[in-house]
Write a protein that binds this ligand. Structure first.
Ligand SMILES: Nc1ncnc2c1ncn2[C@@H]1O[C@H](COP(=O)(O)OP(=O)(O)O)[C@@H](O)[C@H]1O
Ligand SMILES: [Mg+2]
Length: 277
């Protein structure tokens, strides 16, 4: 358990998308693992309240969940300490903590976003990084989360036209929300999955290049989930694992200079923008 005496103000990294099964949970688990591997204090929060997968991906059996946190906040008010409701994940000397999603659908349904947000704010005072996995919808909870996040990863895959249409709706909505342009990072996952849609065309439609691109590796991804060991913690190196590490390095500004160069070339017309235009 982290040093609970010392108050800090940790960064909140949220993973969001407008389609399901794009890799939010896989990325959240790997981001938490890589930061913990670097000896940061990390808490991974599962806010896919109804169908959360974090504990499945990490093979954890949580005793307590966000439902218990809300219950305690209702009963005890300020005396509720969220860190007492976490489940530790440990592998090869790397440790981080998980705030699990409720176990029952009815508990998930009854979570109020005010309490969920209060939980995140408390965790920020104890952890260097709070990593938040979400669902694919512009809900009250997710909008509040986007507001308080330090960095939002807007994750997408390029597979079918409806997915791209929803990515466009998502990116336009995020633009309308007027966040700092460094806060929202558009990341493409499974980039070499078989598809006839060009990444360039999608970037033109969205009006900006992807910040980071992760390769498709079905075998590595499914094996890591089967074993409950995130890719970045495995001794076997994979391109996907390395690309995930690179993403963490960029988010924590390790040896990367951000630049806006090349943004202009993405504001053009494409066949996709003619469909959706
Ligand atoms: N880069 C990748 N290459 C291959 N498979 C991936 C990749 N990223 C995620 N997956 C697979 O896609 C599926 C959905 O991932 P998940 O993280 O659960 O998505 P989400 O949380 O957005 O619903 C999982 O089976 C996972 O193994
Ligand atoms: Mg998920």
């Amino acid at each position: 358990m982290p040093d609970i005496e010392k108050e800090i103000h940790g960064a909140v990294f949220t993973f969001f998308s407008t389609a399901s099964a794009v890799g939010k949970t896989l990325l959240s688990c790997n981001m938490a693992s890589e930061l913990a591997r670097q000896r940061k204090r990390v808490c991974l929060v599962d806010f896919d309240l109804q169908f959360g997968d974090v504990c499945n991906y990490l093979q954890l059996l949580p005793q307590r969940t966000l439902a218990d946190v809300q219950q305690a906040m209702l009963m005890q008010g300020e005396a509720c300490h969220v860190e007492e409701y976490l489940t530790p994940y440990e592998y090869g000397g790397v440790v981080f903590y998980v705030l699990a999603a409720p176990k029952k659908l009815e508990e998930a349904y009854n979570i109020q976003s005010d309490y969920a947000i209060r939980a995140i704010r408390q965790l920020q005072t104890k952890f260097d990084y709070v990593i938040v996995d979400t669902t694919s919808m512009f809900s009250v909870l997710n909008l509040a989360l986007l507001d308080l996040s330090t960095i939002v990863t807007f994750l997408g895959i390029v597979d079918f036209i409806p997915t791209i249409k929803n990515m466009k709706i998502g990116s336009d909505t995020l633009n309308d929300l007027n966040y700092d342009k460094h806060k929202i990072r558009m990341v493409l996952n499974r980039s070499n999955a078989k598809t006839r849609i060009g990444i360039d065309d999608v970037e033109k439609l969205l009006g900006e290049p992807f910040y980071h691109i992760l390769p498709n590796d079905f075998r590595a991804a499914s094996q890591s989930i089967k074993e409950g060991i995130p890719l970045v913690l495995k001794t076997e190196r994979t391109d996907l694992g390395e690309a995930l590490r690179d993403l963490v390095a960029r988010y924590t500004n390790q040896g990367y200079e951000e630049s806006d160069e090349g943004m202009d070339e993405y504001v053009g017309e494409s066949w996709l923008s003619r469909i959706f235009g």
